[in-house]
Design a protein around this ligand. Structure first.
Ligand SMILES: [Zn+2]
Length: 390
């Protein structure tokens, strides 16, 4: 990753917006959520933060500020979910939100950013829309629009996975992200599942974070650790499956099994989430279930969680403890050692899948992203920076 250099002669107050933004993100694991309930109390203000989303973000921010004034906090603008960016409107604030915040005058996007700051966010987030596949003209318009906004600021870059898997598009995406005055947050759109399972996306993901200084993964899942290994200073992981990727604006999301309402449980050794109900009926109908020895579960089984609210909260608490440990483990390594750490983590998880298969008497297929990351590991570090032919 390139060195972060403040402008010559800068001080803490006049440092480049990119430097100011990265300071907030650095070595921090952020949880993206619509909930501001009990889970917020468990967050560690030194190493973690919260990203709130939803149309009632103003009241959520005030709630968090009321009982956790120490906690770093950001907002995900509704534009990331709801708006397809165009050349004319790469940024967007919904009309009702504009009304609530009194933003009908002047430049509503600049005022929307200021409204976040007035409510005490740690880093304001630009209201960017989704960039459709190959829409280079809109991507360029987005660069100009966000560079006109005063920093420090985080810029969500929500794109279809094709931007990462096709080498010409990847070069354009990296070039655009590097032209931005602010750190970017890369989010991927996939209505059907994990976008990192698509061919070439993990390799492009690795390249992007190696070459875009200060960029962080947004609405990531465990692949966010791969982004950190490639150079991202921090990571934002969604609390629920639907918050670990984006759905195309205007399209409904897809649930892998809509009948199973039990929570998705993070299994540390297997480097995957699995629904408790699925584990209970499919994996552990005739054998002892996986247990969790951490303080969150105190030796109890990980397939115990039902769809009831208290069980869902308990599963989310477990997931957070596991993620915290993984993030801490990754950040504790020297930057040049993190990719090897992530590679080893997934290799061990592959072995654990084989062991689990032996134990329950049938093969357990590993998540598709494992194979894609193996391809990304094999791609290695580029000998020189990607030629930015734009
Ligand atoms: Zn646990």
């Amino acid at each position: 990753m390139a060195e972060l250099m403040p402008d010559s002669g800068s001080t803490a107050t006049t440092a480049h917006p990119l430097v100011c933004g990265v300071r907030v993100l650095d070595k921090r694991f952020w949880t993206l959520t619509t909930e501001v309930g009990p889970a917020v109390q468990a967050l560690d203000a030194e190493t973690q933060g919260i990203v709130v989303r939803g149309s009632d973000w103003v009241s959520k921010l005030k709630t968090i500020r009321g009982f956790r004034p120490d906690l770093p906090v950001m907002v995900e603008p509704p534009s990331c979910d709801m708006h397809v960016a165009t050349v004319k409107s790469p940024l967007w604030v919904p009309i009702d939100e504009g009304g609530d915040l009194g933003l009908f005058e002047d430049d509503p996007c600049a005022l929307y950013v200021q409204a976040q700051r007035d409510l005490g966010v740690s880093l304001a987030v630009a209201p960017t829309g989704q960039i459709a596949a190959q829409d280079w003209a809109t991507l360029k318009a987005l660069v100009d629009a966000v560079n006109a906004l005063a920093g420090p600021l985080l810029v969500p870059l929500v794109v279809s996975p094709g931007w990462l898997s096709e080498v010409t598009l990847l070069r354009q995406l990296i070039a655009a992200a590097r032209r931005m005055s602010h750190p970017v947050a890369l989010g991927l759109i996939d209505g059907n599942g994990d976008p990192l399972e698509r061919k070439g996306v993990a390799t492009g993901y690795r390249r992007f974070f190696e070459q875009v200084t200060g960029a962080v993964p947004w609405r990531a899942d465990l692949s966010g650790l791969g982004a950190v290994a490639a150079g991202a200073p921090g990571l934002v992981i969604g609390q629920l499956p639907s918050q670990r990727r984006f759905t195309e604006a205007g399209r409904p999301g897809h649930a892998s099994n809509p009948k199973d309402k039990t929570p998705a449980v993070l299994l540390a050794d297997l480097a995957r989430y699995s629904r408790a109900g699925f584990m209970h009926t499919d994996w552990f109908a005739h054998t002892d279930p996986i247990q969790c020895s951490l303080r969150c579960c105190q030796g109890r089984a990980l397939d115990r969680f039902s769809h009831r609210a208290e069980d869902v909260q308990a599963a989310l608490a477990h997931n957070h403890v596991v993620l915290s440990r993984l993030a801490r483990d990754c950040f504790s390594r020297a930057p040049e050692d993190r990719m090897e750490w992530f590679k080893q983590y997934l290799q061990n998880a592959t072995v654990e899948h084989l062991r689990l298969g032996d134990r329950i008497g049938k093969p357990v297929s590993e998540p598709g992203m494992f194979r894609r990351w193996r391809e990304a590991f094999a791609a290695g570090v580029p000998t020189s920076s990607v030629s930015l032919g734009v």
